[in-house]
Design a protein around this ligand. Structure first.
Ligand SMILES: C[S@@+](CC[C@H](N)C(=O)[O-])C[C@H]1O[C@@H](n2cnc3c(N)ncnc32)[C@H](O)[C@@H]1O
Ligand SMILES: [Zn+2]
Length: 370
């Protein structure tokens, strides 16, 4: 079947089931992910790169090559890589179909990335990206783009596999999607730091059933140390939703909730720093173009991301109101009430009734329940 995305048209096999067949993989639901990637590449090139030479982009796990073809059509010097011979053939024909130049390699992506550097490396594999992480942070000169579709391990719903894959303790809290983003960022920041590379998340989102993060990379032990200092733990009480964060790799978990005395769950090391750079996200938003199928959603997502407070956890108004046995309010009224009581408050992209605030649970209730 033919698929048009952005400026390109590609051919992909009909997908049987949910991408579980033998054919080369293509998921139309990830169009938002790919549209944002193109806008991120534009923002990076315009803002950060000198323009002296054509920047290089590796589509490391390319499948149909849709990411690589879109980047090539946008003026990048593209390499598509896949281990699967049918995928490699499809990448070639999809580049040619769009009159795009590009190198196509049948190779294990990690082997290629250990050998060669690219300005931008994009790892969009099945499930966890961790098997590619070491090679990716060594290969990428400027930016490493990473998708993880194993959200259950990431957010602690599949606890043991989360611990194994991410060398972190994830906890399945009410803010599980944010937990997943922060566990993913933590693992990638620690991976980069091993090579004296500082990885800084400049745009991250949890959408549908995946987490996606874009990390700016910079060489230097001191900068890498600074990123490590943004890791820490989250103590969370599922009983009353009390939470507190502690910087540092050595967790010193609370024995009991200081608010209600119940047990505490501790997650870490998680990334406690910003998961987005609001200025970069604003620049990405400006570069979402009308030819993108998800242009409105992509712009809305960027707006939401740029406006999110930097707190490492969030709340859900509906869940709080249910606990309190009170009716929910319109989100804007709810946030205005928090602000009127002197607190910072923002919506989040994690859900329509989610919000971030510097207020604690009691302060939220005092400010919003009449
Ligand atoms: C989820 S698909 C990629 C989807 C694609 N990026 C897109 O946006 O449509 C993952 C691809 O990774 C490939 N793959 C799996 N292991 C690999 C490896 N070690 N090196 C390179 N490619 C690999 C698979 O053959 C598959 O085509
Ligand atoms: Zn408690």
């Amino acid at each position: 079947m033919r698929v048009t995305e952005g400026q390109v048209e590609i051919a992909v096999p009909e997908q049987s089931g949910e991408g579980v067949g033998d054919e080369v993989f293509f998921n139309p639901v990830q169009e938002l992910n790919r549209d944002l990637t193109v806008a991120v590449l534009r923002a990076l090139r315009d803002r950060v790169m000198d323009g002296g030479r054509t920047p290089t982009y590796l589509d490391a796990t390319a499948a149909s090559g849709i990411r690589g073809v879109r980047a090539a059509a946008d003026g990048w010097d593209v390499t598509c890589c896949d281990v699967d011979s049918e995928a490699v053939a499809l990448c070639r024909s999809n580049l040619a179909r769009n009159d795009c130049e590009g190198e196509v390699v049948r190779r294990d992506a990690s082997a290629l990335m250990h050998e060669r550097g690219f300005d931008v490396v994009d790892v969009d594999p099945f499930g966890t990206p961790i098997p590619f992480a070491d090679a990716a942070v060594r290969s990428a000169g400027r930016l490493c783009c990473v998708t993880a579709t194993d959200t259950a391990p990431l957010c602690g719903a599949h606890f043991e596999s989360g611990v194994r894959r991410y060398s972190a303790v994830p906890r399945n809290t009410e803010y599980h999607a944010e937990m997943g983003v922060r566990v993913l960022c933590s693992a990638l920041v620690r991976t980069a730091a091993r090579y004296d590379v500082a990885a800084t998340p400049v745009l991250s989102h949890a959408t549908n059933h995946y987490a996606r993060t874009y990390l700016r990379l910079e060489s230097g032990a001191r900068a890498a140390d600074a990123r490590i200092n943004e890791l820490g733990s989250v103590d969370h009480c599922e009983h009353c939703l009390y939470r507190e964060t502690t910087p540092g790799l050595l967790a010193d978990p609370l024995d009991a909730c200081p608010r209600c005395g119940e047990g505490i769950q501790t997650a870490g090391p998680v990334w406690l720093g910003r998961t987005c750079d609001p200025e970069f996200v604003a620049a990405v938003r400006e570069r979402v173009s009308a030819d993108m199928g998800t242009a409105d959603r992509a712009r809305d997502l960027c707006e939401r991301l740029a406006g999110e407070l930097a707190t490492p956890t969030h709340y859900d108004q509906h869940r709080l109101c249910k606990r309190w046995g009170v009716g929910a309010r319109a989100m804007d009224d709810f946030l205005d009430a928090l602000r009127a009581a002197g607190h910072d408050a923002s919506r989040t992209h994690y859900g329509g009734t989610t919000f971030k605030t510097d207020a604690d649970v009691d302060e939220i209730r005092a400010a919003t329940v009449e």
